[in-house]
Design a protein around this ligand. Structure first.
Ligand SMILES: CC(C)(C)[C@H](NC(=O)Nc1cc(F)cc(F)c1)C(=O)N(CC(=O)NO)CC1CCCC1
Ligand SMILES: [Zn+2]
Length: 186
């Protein structure tokens, strides 16, 4: 069972390295990793468990945040209402953005990170729509399009596989500066 202690924080080298692709069939160890990453996100979004374990409510997690330099990410994006099914619940292996919109997007309140224990204000500009190629834990390949909040979470997690932190995208001179054609997501 993963806890916040398993999540490495900024300064740990794993967060600044390129993660390695996984080959199939996945090892028992990699399958266990996939299950534990998804279980962490589920626990972190459960009011009782997250309270008991002191977890930050997470929507995404990348293997390098567990000091595992492998190209695996887990996503758990809640539906709009309490009893809705999740908008996205997936463990993706070897995810790759194959194409993206010209249009950019950013979250109104900027971004945070499970590996960053401080507020870093500023707009994080990302592609508003992406086409993603990835494999599931069985090795089956998918190609899907994502837009809006799921696209933002996916880009944040894929950045972790390439040693990129959200604040690398913030304009240091003027963190709140935005080109007029960037869509702001409430
Ligand atoms: C850093 C943290 C604030 C914990 C952030 N959670 C989040 O944005 N809130 C949230 C939103 C929901 F819709 C439902 C819910 F349960 C929690 C998060 O998990 N991440 C993931 C991360 O750090 N991955 O490495 C940061 C987000 C910033 C933009 C995309 C992901
Ligand atoms: Zn993060």
């Amino acid at each position: 069972m993963l806890t916040m202690e398993n999540i490495v924080r900024e300064g740990h080298p794993a967060l600044r390295e390129i993660a390695e692709p996984l080959s199939f069939p996945l090892s028992e160890e990699d399958l266990t990793l996939a299950n534990e990453m998804m279980e962490f996100l589920e626990n972190s979004q459960d009011p009782e468990i997250s309270e008991e374990m002191g977890l930050r409510a997470g929507v995404g997690l990348a293997a390098p945040q567990l000091a595992v330099k492998k190209r695996m990410i887990a996503l758990l994006i809640p539906g709009e209402y309490e009893d809705d099914p999740p908008e996205l619940q997936e463990v993706m292996v070897n995810p790759r953005i194959v194409s993206h919109s010209v249009e950019d997007i950013c979250l109104k309140d900027g971004e945070g990170c499970l590996s960053v224990d401080r507020d870093v204000p500023g707009y994080v500009v990302r592609h508003s729509r992406i086409t993603l190629s990835y494999q599931d834990v069985t090795g089956k390949t998918f190609k899907k399009r994502f837009k809006g909040y799921p696209a933002i979470v996916l880009q944040h997690e894929i950045d972790h596989l390439n040693g990129v932190m959200f604040y690398d995208h913030i304009n240091q001179e003027s963190p709140m500066a935005l080109d007029e054609d960037v869509k702001i997501l409430g």
